[in-house]
Design a protein around this ligand. Structure first.
Ligand code: LFR
Length: 491
């Protein structure tokens, strides 16, 4: 069969990337042709995304892919949950908010005063995160934007809409909204009604792999391609695409999709909606091909990247990533551990001070230097991975024999080694660009490649991409047991 060449747009909270992906019967490669910085923009007291700027960069990137060879398809994935509102003429009503904006403070508690948490979990299967779409929408009740909204589009669907003129909601991302029924695969309109939300703004659902539509003529012209080039609705939630790109062959694998967030869990056939899963606050998000992503959101490398930003702002010497990771590798292990999922770490700000505060409150030695703080963050992340992977396995009744780490964090050798030590399991690290690979693979299948199922896609990733293996170091497990006991039950 012939080779396909597609544009994979993978948008992260700190950077966006546009890749040319090539797929053949025995080949799979990515060529990063465009990368641009991303981040929240503060204006009028709120934290927004610059979504028009992102659209411009998507166009620039796809144009670059089209210029350098044939283009068979375009797919967009991004972080989840955030959305734009459109009026009845399809015009954007205001700038989308970042989920780290504070307008959702206290909203979940308010909603859970009227909607039963157990009932909610039985429908959505989601971990309680204060910024979930449902809570953002409730926070917007009464605003001019929501009152005039005809449609809500999640960000990757909004960007696809600007390319094609076709709206809709792709299921993997819809499953993160708190307004989606994980059992039926449809919108949870009753729940929306109970929350006082105009459920009619929820657009028709589609599956990953469905074609969104051909390009609008003016977009095709701008990109310099034929208007028949399709935009393919990939697993538009980046984590869903990343899980497709996990090079697993083993049956009993766990994964950590390691980026701004760390998503730690298992792939299952059916959601786990038990009371135990609810109390452990585990999420059942929708995966590609009807799978379930049974996982926990862990605060992730955000804690470190915000710390680096803080140190850079203060012009602290030697506080760059490479130098700090080298020093952290030699720092005393598990000296200080903190609850990395503590809500104080969610908004932008002075993470080093917050880490010190958490250490102090927990009676742990307070780390004083960027090196010590870096080590505290990495030890604490690994400790969280250990706890949540064990919980996931227990709740799902699964054995886990290997942990796949994908995403940018797979390049952090110290964190991978600590993860192996903490979990007592071998860690297979890479590929870093798993989300883009998953995006490319799902497009390729829609466009006719012989990739019938996830196993075939993963086998192709395995045959074409290197992974790095980390074995748990002997004699360290008791240290992690002790650290876990010291920390007690974190959030
Ligand atoms: C990762 C991710 C997570 C989601 C968070 C916020 O990039 O998509 O899966 O919980 O971002 O959208």
């Amino acid at each position: 069969s012939r080779h396909l060449r597609v544009a994979a747009v993978d948008l992260g909270a700190t950077s966006g990337r546009v890749m040319a992906g090539r797929v053949g019967p025995d080949s799979l490669s990515l060529d990063e042709l465009h990368r641009f910085p991303n981040g929240g923009v503060r204006a009028h007291g709120s934290l927004h995304w610059d979504v028009l700027g992102i659209h411009r960069e998507v166009l620039a990137g796809v144009r670059e892919v089209a210029r350098s060879g044939p283009l068979d398809g375009i797919g967009i994935d991004s972080w989840a949950i955030d959305y734009g509102l459109l009026d009845r003429d399809g015009r954007l009503l205001g700038n989308p908010y970042s989920h780290r904006d504070s307008r959702t403070d206290g909203v979940a508690e308010r909603v859970l005063g009227t909607v039963d948490a157990a009932e909610m979990y039985a429908t959505t299967g989601l971990q309680q995160l204060p910024f979930t779409t449902v809570y953002q929408l409730v926070a917007s009740l009464g605003t001019a934007a929501l009152e005039s909204a005809e449609t809500m589009l999640l960000l990757p669907d909004l960007l696809s809409y600007w390319l094609t003129g076709h709206g809709g909601a792709e299921r993997t991302n819809a499953s993160t909204t708190g307004l989606y029924d994980v059992r039926s695969g449809e919108w949870a309109t009753d729940l929306a009604r109970q929350c006082g939300l105009p459920w009619s703004i929820l657009p028709p659902l589609r599956d990953a792999g469905d074609v969104v539509g051909p390009l609008l003529p003016e977009v095709a012209e701008h990109l310099g391609v034929g208007a028949d080039v399709p935009v393919v609705g990939v697993g538009s939630h980046d984590t869903a695409s990343a899980v497709v790109g996990v090079p697993a062959g083993e049956e009993s694998f766990a994964y950590i999709s390691s980026g701004t967030w760390s998503l730690v869990g298992l792939e299952l056939e059916k959601p786990v909606l038990t009371e135990e899963a609810r109390l452990a606050d585990f999420t059942n998000e929708g995966g590609v091909d009807g799978t379930v992503r049974f996982l926990k959101n862990v605060m992730g490398l955000w804690v470190l990247s915000e710390s680096l930003r803080t140190w850079a702002d203060r012009r602290i010497a030697g506080a760059d990533l490479t130098t700090l990771l080298r020093a952290a590798a030699d720092a005393p292990p598990l000296r200080t551990v903190v609850d990395v999922n503590h809500p104080s770490l969610l908004p932008p700000g002075d993470q080093p001070a917050r880490i010190q505060r958490l250490a102090e409150d927990a009676g742990e030695p307070v780390p004083r230097t960027p090196q010590a703080i870096t080590r505290t963050i990495l030890d604490s992340l690994a400790l969280a991975y250990r706890r949540h992977l064990r919980t996931a396995a227990t709740l799902a009744g699964r054995d886990v024999s290997v942990v796949h780490v994908v995403g940018g964090g797979s390049q952090n050798a110290l964190l991978c080694q600590l993860t192996a030590d903490a979990t007592g399991l071998p860690v297979l690290a890479g590929p870093a660009e798993a989300a883009a690979l998953g995006n490319v693979l799902v497009q390729a299948r829609t466009l006719g490649a012989d990739l019938p199922d996830l196993a075939a896609m993963r086998s192709l990733v395995r045959r074409t991409h290197e992974v790095r293996r980390f074995e748990p170091r002997t004699g360290t497990s008791t240290d992690w047991d002790a650290a876990e006991r010291r920390l007690g039950s974190p959030t």
